[in-house]
Design a protein around this ligand. Structure first.
Ligand code: ADP
Length: 720
């Protein structure tokens, strides 16, 4: 492992491992087959790249797409690693050069497609070459149970017969146990070490909101990421074209991508996006395969995808560099209708599966559970904490409705009165007391449930109806998505269960706006922009994407640590020997000049630098001016939201500080932050369910009191 660690430092400029990397690399190094399942951004590629630098022979990496191979080889060459690829896009003489290098034994990592690997010529060549191991990337393609089965991957089973002594390792981001077992079987792996990490992506924050004015909603997200990269997914090509046009008119740098465009135009737009020439790509799901752009800061869905797997995969293209990124979905009941319509001709069994998945994601959208937890549960894992601090629900951006039972009963009664023959739009109008012609003609203004929710807008009522569908109290049936009350819904009418209803998000997003993001802490934004311009220019000259020259994390580290001497560059994560030699001098000059001009302190210690967001959230370094300032403001009795804005932190972080403050000061009376009635409610709940699990208290209160309020009250109660 010592040699691997040295290689990690020398070539990649990293001084520690991400979770499971050490085990995965160790397994390869010791010659044990393995299956590594880590989420996107989990650091899989390094698991098979770094050991190659500490193992005799050439490692062969199998990858399904030329674009992925090219990206990885470009990045490795930038780090000074002898990596090459062989694929059909290369000229005859380029390919001959690579074969020569293999014969001479100067290649450490060779990237190939499965088709190429299994040709007789390549087999011959490899049998006469000293091999370190085979690494099969995107290994779920081996399995018919996976989401991207490729017949040519299946043939990789022959590797074991032909190279019985060479270690084989498989890597994937998406694998159920069934797929994992299938991978092991198909590749004839020998007692493989199976390493499965958490699927959680803690650097992604999820926001899910009902669709209202989609252009305005999209713009409000893009405005938080000016000049940075984003992907917007639309369900249909038509939506791509329209939204693209609207955004261009408003001055956003966007480009379209969908299967209806010719290949050349698609490629051009993809390249402009990858090279940071346009900020945002507006696309159908045709976009994304083979895109490894690491610095995508936001993925926006303008409609609900057809399953949670699709959502996880598409939204997962954000934040591959492990820095914070935001995934926003705007959904509507109409999206549900579109998918249902598109699925109508499926064979019965497939239709059943697809509808289950559709209902699953709809429940996710309209649900009130932590988004991270909901996604993990879908994949059979759990988060293991009750507040992820990175979704609209846990950040308290969505308020629960206090009298959810009564509202739900009114809605369900109305559906019954309408004889379960109408859809959500019409039912909402009746409940809102609309004078719509159809309602008057049908005499529905005479119903006892007419105008029962007249104090609310139609869109809020409709959103509640969709939430009740998502939670299984109502169901949609028939061609027009008419509503019917389910068995579970009857329980609500009898007052036996209370649904959770959310007020549609009116609150402003508190998290991940640039200055609040924790990974921006200490980063000088002006210097970051100068370094970014340098990166763009270098990338352009070298014909590689900017993120391959330096990742965003490395640029932020530079703009935070601001080294003055070559030695200082060694402690900046992501700069190995080759990059130091290549760009060091230019980078130091830019930093030196900028700091002199702006009187900035240089050589800031990296001890307080948050470099890995996933570990940082659990154990943050000792904190900072922000907490001090928060304590001061707590003493002055300022409101939490105002304090959060002043110290540039999310409300949830501010509440954490407040809990510490309460503890430190021994405060036992929560009245400065919580009204007496609510505090009493919480105390009653605690008497019933104890104080060990916040979730139990939250649920006992039917979600009517948010986690932050419960936390603050508990902190006070714990003081004598
Ligand atoms: P995956 O292949 O699982 O999607 P990558 O290999 O692309 O993930 O790695 C994701 C990000 O994490 C990249 O920006 C990579 O440079 C970074 N990374 C990988 N290993 C480490 C490490 N040991 N320390 C710091 N950053 C790392």
């Amino acid at each position: 492992m010592k040699y691997i660690q040295q290689a990690l430092e020398k070539y990649w400029g990293y001084n520690d491992f991400l979770p499971f990397q050490k085990e995965a690399m160790g397994s390869l190094h010791r010659g044990r087959d393995c299956i590594v399942v880590l989420p996107t951004g989990g650091g899989k590629s390094l698991c098979y790249q770094a050991p190659a630098m500490a193992t005799a022979g050439m490692a062969v990496v199998v990858s399904p797409l030329i674009s992925l191979m090219k990206d990885q080889v470009d990045a490795l060459v930038e780090c000074g690693v002898d990596a090459m690829r062989l694929d059909s896009s290369m000229s005859g003489s380029e390919q001959a050069d690579v074969i020569d290098s293999i014969r001479q034994g100067t290649v450490k990592l060779l990237y190939l497609s499965p088709e190429r690997l299994l040709t007789d010529g390549m087999m011959n060549l490899l049998q006469n070459t000293k091999l370190a191991y085979f690494a099969i990337d995107e290994a779920h393609c081996v399995s018919m149970w996976g989401h991207d089965f490729r017949p040519e991957y299946r043939k990789l089973g022959r590797l074991r017969e032909i190279f019985p002594k060479v270690t084989i390792a498989a890597y994937t981001a998406t694998a159920t146990k069934q797929v994992r077992d299938d991978i092991a079987r198909q590749l004839s792996l020998n007692d493989p070490a199976v390493l499965v990490g958490s699927f959680d992506r803690p650097n992604l924050s999820y926001k899910v909101q009902p669709k209202k004015n989609i252009v305005t909603q999209v713009c409000s997200v893009l405005d938080r990421y000016k000049g940075e990269s984003g992907i917007i997914y639309c369900i249909r090509r038509k939506d791509v074209n329209e939204l693209c046009h609207d955004l261009q008119e408003r001055g956003y740098k966007v480009a379209p991508y969908h299967a209806g465009m010719n290949a050349e135009a698609r490629k051009r737009n993809q390249d402009r996006f990858i090279n940071d020439e346009v900020d945002t790509i507006v696309a159908t799901i045709a976009f994304g395969m083979g895109i490894d752009k690491s610095n995508v800061r936001t993925v926006i869905h303008t409609g609900m995808p057809k399953s949670l797997e699709n959502y996880q995969q598409e939204s997962g293209r954000a934040g591959r560099d492990r820095l914070e990124a935001e995934c926003c979905m705007f959904y509507s009941g109409a999206d549900y209708g579109i998918w249902k319509f598109l699925m109508r001709d499926m064979p019965a069994e497939a239709y059943g599966v697809a509808m289950n998945k559709l209902n699953g994601i709809y429940a996710f959208c309209t649900g009130t559970a932590c988004r991270h937890e909901a996604i993990l549960r879908y994949f059979g894992q759990t988060l293991g904490k009750d507040n992820c601090a990175a979704c609209d629900i846990c950040l308290g951006e969505v308020d629960s409705v206090e009298d959810a039972l009564i509202i739900a009963q009114k809605i369900l009664s109305c559906v019954v009165r309408l004889e379960q023959r109408f859809g959500s739009g019409y039912s909402a109008l009746v409940l809102a007391g609309s004078k719509d012609k159809r309602i008057l003609e049908n005499g529905h203004d005479k119903l006892s449930t007419y105008a029962l929710l007249k104090d609310f807008s139609k869109s809020i009522i409709q959103s509640w109806i969709e939430q009740l569908v998502g939670q299984g109290y109502l169901e949609k049936y028939g061609e027009y998505n008419q509503l019917a009350v389910t068995e579970k819904g009857r329980g609500v009418l009898k007052g036996q269960t209370t649904p959770r209803l959310m007020k549609p998000a009116e609150k402003k997003s508190t998290r991940v706006s640039k200055p609040t993001a924790e990974s921006w802490e200490g980063v000088n934004a002006g210097l970051f922009e100068e370094l970014r311009a340098f990166r763009r220019q270098e990338a352009h000259e070298r014909g590689v994407p900017p993120y391959i020259v330096f990742g965003d994390a490395t640029l932020r580290n530079l703009a935070r640590q601001r080294p003055s001497m070559p030695k200082g560059l060694t402690s900046v994560k992501g700069i190995g020997t080759q990059k130091r030699q290549q760009y060091g001098r230019a980078v130091l000059t830019i930093i030196g000049k900028y700091c002199e001009k702006h009187h900035l302190k240089m050589d800031v210690s990296d001890e307080l630098v948050p470099t890995d967001f996933s570990t940082q959230r659990q154990s943050r370094p000792s904190r900072s001016d922000a907490k001090e300032r928060a304590f001061e403001l707590f003493t002055q009795g300022r409101p939490i939201r105002e304090i959060a804005a002043t110290i540039n932190r999310a409300e949830s972080t501010t509440v954490q500080y407040l809990v510490e403050f309460i503890r430190a000061e021994g405060i036992s009376d929560p009245s400065a932050w919580i009204d007496q009635q609510t505090a009493e409610k919480i105390q009653r709940a605690i008497r019933n369910v104890g104080s060990k699990q916040l979730k139990l208290i939250f649920e006992h209160l039917n979600g009517a009191v948010d986690y932050n309020t419960i936390r603050i009250t508990l902190a006070c109660l714990r003081n004598p």
